[in-house]
Design a protein around this ligand. Structure first.
Ligand code: ADP
Length: 209
């Protein structure tokens, strides 16, 4: 196995008036291809900031971040947007599904931007919704589904464009304990089955890599 994500002496410093907040303070590590990596730590310790830096949603104040062969800390905003579209999948605590679209349309959405023809987009979205156990909810809109079901849709969506890495930011923060267990199992089993690299920020303690 080889390193897919490499962070070298990464800092993120926020300025609040005269005060400097060192959210990420000289962090270096590697995540290998196919690895499922969990980031845990107390609130305010910099987990979300680090995840956003790795996902190209924010830029480090100092240090280098490489994903595959790409130095993402030197990309401009347009290049970063393209990079995220092609190589990154996201799972968020609040799901961020589009309320006017069905489950099927939400999962097929990322493929629209990749120029994949409609018939192929639908086929892939059906395959993914079946994999997350939502075969009978494909035509439902987010408001017609439970929190757990909405998170299943967002998990399916994250896998849609075969990203190099999926980032999950407190993906079970809004779910009860039983659904949290189901969701973590689903995400990690899918990642293993599809040889997908995954980085998860979580408070959940029972996860196994
Ligand atoms: P965690 O995810 O571990 O709870 P965060 O990455 O959200 O931690 O925050 C790390 C630190 O950086 C905290 O002290 C937080 O207040 C600060 N911080 C995060 N985002 C910003 C921001 N946009 N502006 C200023 N300070 C921030």
């Amino acid at each position: 196995m080889s390193a897919l994500i490499t962070l070298n002496d990464v800092y993120k410093v926020y300025r609040m008036g005269q005060e400097k907040i060192f959210a990420v303070n000289g962090v270096s590590f590697e995540i290998e291809e196919g690895e499922i990596c969990c980031m845990k730590g107390p609130s305010g310790s910099g987990k979300s900031t680090l995840l956003h830096l790795m996902a190209g949603l924010d830029k480090p104040s100092k240090g280098t971040i490489t994903i595959g062969k790409t130095r993402i800390d030197t990309l401009n905003e347009n290049q970063l947007a393209l990079f995220r579209q092609r190589y990154v999948g996201f799972i968020f605590q609040s799901y961020y599904l589009i309320p006017t679209l069905t489950a099927l349309e939400n999962v097929a959405m990322p493929l629209t931007f990749c120029g994949i023809p409609k018939s192929k987009r639908i086929k892939k979205a059906i395959e993914l919704l079946e994999a997350v156990g939502l075969k009978d909810r494909m035509k439902h809109k987010p408001s017609e589904m439970s929190g757990g079901q909405q998170q299943r849709v967002s998990i399916a969506r994250a896998f849609a464009n075969n990203p190099k890495v999926i980032f999950a930011d407190e993906p079970t923060g809004n779910l009860d304990t039983a659904t949290t267990f189901e969701m973590m199992t689903l995400m990690t089993e899918m990642a293993k089955a599809w040889n997908q690299t995954m980085v998860i920020v979580t408070h959940y303690n029972e996860i196994s890599g």
